[in-house]
Ligand binder design. Structure first.
Ligand code: NDP
Length: 476
């Protein structure tokens, strides 16, 4: 049987665009459908605009920091409309680039919704289209809260288009989005309350980063409500009252729910194609991203595994290569570095101390210091760096950092860790001075040994020692 397309990709986000573009480059006849915006969540209502807003928030503090270096700076006032307008311009530019990439690669673009009619046939904006292979790359969406008054909360999709900056914000959820937007709004001058049901933010991250982040958020004036959850939200003529399980009632102009995301599968007709889904509707795939229908694949957030843009693009690229190119690429979901653009940011790769200890004794190297900039700025801001080393092999199995430039630094470190570098390899690497990053190759004294019999907790963590200002060579 001949099909209209060799490959049809449903969804023009990071995963779908990469897959369609690379497959078309390999000579496949490719169609791709997107009914909202090219580039998907990341480009339009996620990573990219978020990072621009993080940068905006940093400028307020940067001006204050400059006084310690001799600049006479008044506290600035921030114009939200300028930020949003300039952000929108940049996003439109990127949007167009994504579309052009597909065009240039020779993919046929459909700016409409695609749904399955059967396992090889799609309805694409009213048009019947057949394809030999089909890729589901529809992404995910923020979950809306189920408690009474949940409809008074915004979700991250809305946060990029607010007409005004709210004066008082309550953020619900201590995950990536809650923590990142807490920094954005606080940096721009809002009163921020961050509510989470865990005792620390960012469940799953290394405990030292989590405790360090609590200190950093509090130092920036963010009010934390830990180990508590919202029970309801009232809307009293625009002013919101947020009721928490600990009895507190918070007053806000904006309540922002950041309580996770769910796969976009509603209305796709997966049942008509016989595609199996799992928890929360996530499309179930094998290690080659194939669904139970061997010619239908799923990539990116719709599979709800590691919901990160670079993972989605890697999956899309690998799949296109495997189906139409030189064969499967080898890559792994192990040791994927990730960053949270909190204020300051944090980044991590590999095992946490707790995870490493479950596998055997681990040597822990921990350093906490005032970055050089803040020796003069006077801002109460610390940097924390940590290496987790498997004692038996001396391989560095985890690296963690909270502090300015952490995401930039972690990208390089993740190469070394993915290559299996040992602590001795780190030790014989000469640092770049004066930087914060050099601390990663100058941590000589083991802070502690983490040991835990399987399924038990490691010994409670001791606070890291203060070691002064790293860029001045302390700790070398
Ligand atoms: P996360 O899963 O990161 O965090 C969700 C938070 O909401 C957690 O603190 C969770 O608590 C809490 N929560 C969940 N359900 C409830 C509930 N019913 N009541 C109260 N609290 C609740 O989700 P986000 O929305 O922050 O982000 C979604 C995903 O998007 C991230 O996991 C990440 O994959 C991706 N992302 C990545 C970014 C990056 O790479 N920098 C930036 C932003 C998003 P608990 O821990 O107890 O479950």
């Amino acid at each position: 049987m001949t099909y209209d397309f060799d490959l049809f990709v449903i969804g023009g986000g990071s995963a779908g665009v990469r897959c369609a573009r690379i497959a078309a480059g390999h000579g496949a006849r490719v169609g791709v459908a997107e009914d909202r915006f090219w580039g998907g969540t990341c480009v339009n209502i996620g990573c990219v605009p978020k990072k621009l807003m993080v940068m905006a928030a940093e400028y307020g503090n940067a001006a204050r920091d400059a006084r310690g270096f001799g600049w006479h700076c008044e506290d600035g006032t921030h114009d939200w409309h300028t930020l949003i307008a300039n952000k929108d311009l940049e996003i439109s530019r990127l949007n167009a680039i994504y579309r052009r990439l597909l065009d240039n690669a020779g993919a046929k673009i459909f700016e409409s919704r695609a749904t399955f009619l059967d396992a090889h046939t799609l309805d694409v904006g009213g048009q019947r289209v057949t394809a030999d292979k089909i890729v589901i790359a529809t992404g995910g969406h923020p979950t809306r809260p189920a408690f009474p008054g949940g409809e008074h909360c915004i979700i991250s999709d809305d946060a990029f288009f607010l007409p005004e900056r709210p004066q008082r914000v309550v953020l619900l959820g201590g995950g990536y989005i809650g923590v990142e937007f807490a920094g954005i709004f606080a940096g721009l001058g809002s009163e921020v309350h961050l509510v989470m049901r865990q005792p620390l933010p960012l469940r799953g991250f290394d405990e030292d980063l989590r405790t360090g982040l609590v200190e950093a958020l509090e130092a920036d004036g963010i009010r934390l409500h830990l180990s508590t959850s919202p029970t309801s939200v009232e809307n009293l003529g625009g002013v919101k009252k947020v009721h928490l399980t600990d009895g507190a009632v918070l007053t806000a102009d904006l309540v922002f729910a950041a309580i996770g995301r769910a796969p976009n599968v509603a209305g796709l007709g997966l049942d008509r194609a016989g595609v199996e889904t799992g928890k929360a509707g996530a499309v179930i795939v094998d290690t080659h991203n194939a669904t139970n229908q061997k010619h239908i694949f799923a990539i990116g957030d719709v599979t709800d595994r590691l919901n990160l843009t670079p993972v989605a693009t890697a999956e899309g690229h690998a799949l296109a290569d495997a189906l139409f190119g030189p064969g499967p690429r080898h890559w792994t979901l192990d040791r994927v570095p990730t960053a949270v653009f909190s204020s300051p940011p944090l980044a991590t790769v590999g095992l946490t101390e707790h995870q490493a200890a479950q596998r055997g004794p681990a040597d822990i190297y921990l350093s906490r210091f005032t970055p050089m900039r803040h020796a003069l700025s006077g801002r109460a801001r610390k940097t924390l760096m940590k290496l987790v080393v498997d004692q038996a092999t001396q391989k560095v199995v985890g690296a963690h950092m909270l502090g300015e430039d952490a995401p930039e630094i972690m990208q390089g470190l993740s190469i070394a860790i993915n290559c299996g570098a040992t602590k001795a390899d780190f030790d014989r690497t000469v640092g770049i001075h004066p930087t914060a990053a050099e601390e990663f190759v100058t941590m000589r004294t083991r802070t502690r040994v983490a040991e835990a019999p399987p399924e038990t907790d490691v010994t409670p963590l001791t606070p890291p020692a203060e070691i002064g200002v790293a860029e001045m060579g302390v700790g070398a």
